[in-house]
Write a protein that binds this ligand. Structure first.
Ligand SMILES: [Zn+2]
Length: 199
């Protein structure tokens, strides 16, 4: 009697609703509805580490879950009470976490403007790379980022990929000059995806 072989990985659905099947899930309380007519066409790349330059301590996860102990490190005083989130977080090892359903509005961009529109949280996907602003990133992170961006393009009409520094240039500088935009540019060559000038 024939037994059914397991479904090949490529045939498994990439998305369960707004949750990416290849991400580890942790539900942040920090999100809200997108405007009804929002056209999600922008991916925003960020960098974050807590405290800055220290990796793997779990503080970033706790920040997005509103569970960071503000007294655990002197730097945390500067961000005490901050309520933020991201859709995705990629660790130094390239492990992908998802904190907010992509159909919901995450709180990563703040005051921002890009491709003629304000308030980029309304109609973008936020991806945080574990890293130090201005520092370099790991090959495993680029690999996960490229795969994720391709999966997002199956779901949304993504036309733009930009850094936080490009959508809020007067306030933000992440991911910074250590991020190699050529990797993304190469991965999306010929697809019509647009990058900021100079990237
Ligand atoms: Zn940022």
């Amino acid at each position: 009697m024939a037994t059914r072989s397991p479904e090949p990985a490529a045939r498994r659905p990439a998305w369960h609703g707004g949750w990416y099947a290849n991400a580890r899930r942790m539900d942040s309380p920090n999100h809200g509805p997108r405007p009804p007519q929002a056209s999600v066409d922008l991916i925003v790349v960020h960098s974050i580490s807590l405290p800055p330059g220290e990796f793997g301590g779990g503080h970033v996860h706790r920040l997005f879950m509103n569970r960071l102990d503000w007294d655990a490190h002197p730097y945390f005083q500067q961000i005490r009470g901050l309520e933020v989130s991201t859709h995705f977080f990629i660790t130094r090892a390239g492990v992908l976490w998802q904190f907010v359903d992509v159909g919901r509005r995450a709180w990563h961009a703040g005051r921002s403007h890009y491709r003629g529109r304000d308030a980029c949280n309304d109609d973008s996907i936020g991806v945080e790379l574990e890293g130090l602003e201005g520092g370099s990133f790991e090959q495993a992170q680029y690999a996960t980022l490229v795969t994720l961006c391709k999966a997002l393009r199956q779901r949304y009409p993504v036309r733009y990929i930009a850094g936080h520094e490009h959508i809020a240039p007067e306030r933000k500088h992440d991911p910074g000059p250590g991020f190699d935009w050529r990797v993304l540019r190469g991965a999306f060559a010929g697809t019509g995806v647009l990058f900021p000038p100079g990237c």
